[in-house]
Ligand binder design. Structure first.
Ligand code: ZN
Ligand code: ZN
Length: 185
């Protein structure tokens, strides 16, 4: 399994050094303390660039979720998210920085229901074998960890880790509108 890296505390950066500063100029933490999650001056422990913008995905799912949630919380509205998504897709990167995760999540949570339906339909076309195992009050489908692992081509263990991380970080799964899930199969 992938070895996760520890977050870098303020003052121990190798590249994003804030010379002589006693506190991070962005999130105001003191020396040897962790940056506030989502701080743009936190350094990636793998590549040394800004943690939220690089594509290393070096952190444990638990740490990653905290960072993604923090960035998500800073996105002001759908327009801003769409603009940022456009900008970041121009770079034709692999598209998996924490910033991009947060942007995509925000877009998915906040698009009008009609657009969300289109996204779900696209998912069905791409993975026709997938039948949702859970449904919410409004009839939206949700998928099991096994299905997601198969569809996304990642190990089941990683799906479970990500789900656990989301729950530990205090987030309800795709339930920003307080939807309740119930089993249908
Ligand atoms: Zn900071
Ligand atoms: Zn990196």
């Amino acid at each position: 399994m992938k070895a996760y890296k520890k977050r870098i505390v303020f003052g121990f950066e190798k590249q994003l050094i804030q010379a002589g500063a006693r506190r991070c100029e962005t999130c105001r933490v003191r020396n040897e303390k962790l940056h506030v999650p989502g701080c743009a001056m936190e350094e990636c422990p793998a590549c040394g660039k800004a943690l939220i913008g690089c594509n290393c995905e070096a952190l444990s799912p638990w740490d990653a979720e905290k960072v993604i949630q923090a960035v998500y919380g800073k996105i002001k509205n759908l327009e801003a998210a769409l603009g940022a998504a456009d900008e970041s897709s121009c770079e034709k990167d692999s598209g998996s920085s924490y910033l991009q995760h947060a942007i995509m999540k925000y877009i998915f949570d906040n698009v009008p229901d009609t657009a969300r339906k289109e996204i779900e339909e696209a998912f069905h076309i791409r993975f026709p074998g997938l039948i949702p195992q859970l449904q919410d009050d409004e009839g939206r489908g949700y998928y099991t960890a096994e299905q997601l692992a198969e569809a996304l081509g990642i190990p089941l263990q990683e799906v479970h880790e990500r789900v656990d991380a989301m729950l530990t970080a205090g987030q309800k799964l795709e339930t920003s509108e307080g939807r309740h899930l119930r089993k249908v199969h």
